[in-house]
Structure formats: C-alpha cells, structure tokens
Design a binder for this molecule. Structure first.
Ligand SMILES: [Zn+2]
Length: 301
C-alpha cells in the first residue's frame, strides 16, 4: 500500500514537472513570436499593403538607391535635370506599385545591422541642394509620404536663386527629409590632402547641424571620388555611412563608406526607370560618371 502511494506521488510530480515545462515552452514561443512580429511591425508602420515575412529581404541582397540632382519645371536636356513632371511620374510609379521608400536610418539598419526590409524597398537621394528640390520634389515626396535624403553643398546655401535657402532646408528636415552632407564646395576629395578632406567634411557637417539641429551622419562624395584618406576622415568626422555613384544596386559588399547609387537621368522613359528598380543587372550603356563629368562643367560653378 505504502509502495503504491509512493509511486502515485512520483507520477504526480512527473506530471507537474511536464506541465510546468510545457507552459514555460509555450510561453517562450508566444513571446518569441511577439518579438519577431513587433520587429516586422516597426518596418510595416508606413506600409499599407498586406505583408508576410516572405516579402522581406536581408542584407545579402541588394536594393536600389536612386540618385537625383536638379528637378526643374522643365528639363533643358542636361543630364543633371529631371523635370518635375518626370519626377512625379516616377514617384507615382513607386507608390502605385507598392514600393517602400526607406529613411536613412532604416537603410543604415538594413545594410549594417541586417534589419530586414520589404523586398520592394528603395532609398531616394538628391545631390547638390538645388532650390527646385524644395519647390518641385519636396511637395511630391510629402504627397506620397515618401522618405528621402538630400546631400547639400553647404557653401552654396542661401546664394542666388539656383540653390536652397537655410529656412527651406530646416522646413524639410522638420518634416522628415534627411539632410546630409555633400561637402562645403563640391571638391574632388581624392585630390585633397587628408587635412583638407577632414575640413570640408567637418565644416559642412557643422553647418548643417547648426541649421537643422540634428546630427549629420551621412555623406555623398562629390562625383563619387574618394580614397583611403576620405574614408578615414569621414569616420573621424562622425559619418557612419558614405555614398558613391557607381551605378549599381547597394549592398554591404563594398563597405559602409562606398555605398552604390543609381543615376536617374532625364532621357529615361518609365521603362528605363522600371528596369533600374527591378533588375540589379540593368544595362548601362555609358558609365554614368563619364556623362556626369561633361554635365557638371556647364552646371556647377
Ligand atoms: Zn554633386
């Protein structure tokens, strides 16, 4: 009799242990699912479509970083100028086709921390700080609630009618556009000494931080030119990521201080645009920097 009671007690203890373990595992799994869900939910906040984890990609895959320059009322044919109408058409295409426009931070977290992003993600960037980026591009970005990054040449701010005013910069920064550096004077960085590179990187950063009251942590090298000193000076100055102009899709392979971007030129039709955002190996007839060199001669002082 005593033996039977002892055995029953043992069975009861085992049952209780199994139950406790079961509850613990179930609870752990539940909270694990919650963590995974909330991680995705952060990214999904500004995304309207239906989504599952299979729509997400990791940083072993590339995404397109679009590079725009001037956005005038009408293009003159200069490759630096994408007309307001063409820009609007391209942004509408992104909207209508369910693209997610990353913020600078989301892009950084994707590349560096491997935080997954939606497969249909792009980063929109603008160079040089033309005033028409405020007058013509910004209203379109606002309309579609799109994120974008603007790389500013700080010596040109508040000068004449071609370039942005400080107050326009502040308005865009306050409304979610990331304002970042394109140096003080658009010099070819690889031709400067380390000291001069550091100066133009730091001075432009200080100026933009003074205007927008936000940290400036991204730099686009003028013409995409850089050398070892550029990377060192960028790091020393507090930049966490730098962009070039190679014309390829962006991934971690070239490092965080040489992130690729894709040119968007005025002679593209919507088919060319579509090819650049859907095909990482889209055909490039002329290396973009060769076209750009000629255009800059007539455009930038
Ligand atoms: Zn530039």
């Amino acid at each position: 009799m005593r033996k039977k009671t002892k055995r029953n007690a043992l069975v009861a203890v085992i049952v209780i242990i199994v139950l406790i373990c079961g509850l613990f595992i179930a609870n752990y799994y539940k909270s694990y699912k919650r963590i995974v869900y909330s991680k995705d939910a952060l990214i999904l906040k500004s995304y309207n479509g239906t989504s599952t984890s299979k729509n997400f990609i990791h940083n072993n895959e590339s995404i397109p970083v679009l590079m725009y320059h001037s956005i005038p009322d009408a293009s003159s044919g200069n490759i630096m100028e994408v007309s307001k109408g063409q820009f609007e058409e391209e942004m509408k295409y992104l909207k209508d086709n369910g693209y997610h426009t990353l913020s600078a931070d989301e892009f950084y977290d994707f590349i560096v921390k491997d935080k997954p992003v939606l497969k249909k993600s792009v980063l929109i960037t603008f160079d040089d700080g033309y005033e028409n980026q405020y007058k013509n591009a910004y209203p379109v970005l606002k309309k579609y609630k799109f994120n974008a990054v603007m790389f500013i040449i700080t010596d040109y701010l508040d000068k004449g009618t071609l370039y942005l005013k400080s107050n326009e910069l502040k308005t865009m920064s306050d409304n979610g556009i990331s304002i970042e550096s394109h140096t003080t004077n658009h010099a070819k960085l690889d031709k400067l000494s380390y000291k001069d590179q550091f100066k133009t990187l730091r001075d432009s950063q200080n100026k933009l931080e003074g205007i927008c009251n936000k940290a400036v942590r991204f730099i686009a090298y003028p013409y995409g030119y850089f050398n070892k000193d550029t990377v060192e000076a960028s790091q020393k100055s507090g930049y966490i990521m730098a962009f070039t102009t190679s014309g390829k899709w962006a991934n971690i392979n070239k490092g965080v201080y040489a992130v690729n971007r894709i040119y968007i030129f005025p002679q593209f039709n919507l088919g060319d645009f579509k090819s650049r955002i859907t095909n990482p190996n889209y055909p490039q007839l002329v290396h973009p920097i060769d076209m750009l060199k000629g255009a800059y001669k007539t455009f930038i002082k």
